[in-house]
Design a protein around this ligand. Structure first.
Ligand SMILES: [Zn+2]
Length: 182
């Protein structure tokens, strides 16, 4: 397919390495027509969330080697699951469909900038790039109930300055379990 061929060419030709800083990446990043098409698909999926009343109005896809390997939209209402964000659903879908349970090197397209939970999973999954349509600042402006800014603020604080206490208990007993894991 021409679209995916062009995308693969872009991937092969790019010089950005995943270990470069965000600042370095911004200097050389250029979204392609293929990136825009992938984003349109993520936006289409956000419409399913709205139309079917499955959850918040967000959609996401995971792309590897120029092919869509996972799709998802927010299903927090229908699944009664606050973790069923579009990115989580798309990443779960990608893992389920992958033959080796490995999606490292994938790219994720999201209709809105990922929240801290989704961003964490993006890092843990080995995804190397995020494209988003709507920035956090705008989400807050459009609908305060959908804002996650306060969570980012909390996470940027030292552990002992956050509003939810994290209390350590039974350290030596806990150690036994982790040390028995290979
Ligand atoms: Zn999220």
């Amino acid at each position: 397919m021409l679209l995916f061929g062009a995308y693969a060419q872009y991937e092969a030709g790019k010089t950005v390495k995943s270990m470069k800083t965000n600042k370095d990446q911004r200097k050389v990043d250029r979204a392609t027509g293929a990136d825009r098409e992938f984003m349109r698909r993520a936006l289409e999926l956000s419409e399913i969330a709205i139309r079917e009343n499955h959850g918040h109005p967000f959609g996401s896809i995971v792309v590897k080697d120029g092919k869509i390997i996972g799709e998802g939209w927010n299903k927090s209402k229908i699944l009664k699951d606050p973790s069923a964000h579009a990115e989580i659903e798309a990443i779960r879908d990608a893992y389920k469909k992958s033959s080796d349970g490995d999606i490292k090197g994938s790219i994720i397209y999201v209709s809105a900038q990922p929240c801290p939970m989704c961003l964490s999973l993006i890092y843990l999954s080995g995804i190397t790039r995020v494209y988003y349509s709507i920035p956090h600042s705008k989400i807050e402006e459009y609908n305060k109930d959908l804002s996650v800014e306060y969570v980012f603020k909390e996470l940027s604080r030292q552990q002992n300055e956050r509003s939810i206490p994290e209390v350590q208990l039974l350290r030596s007993e806990g150690d036994k379990y982790i040390k028995s894991y290979n």
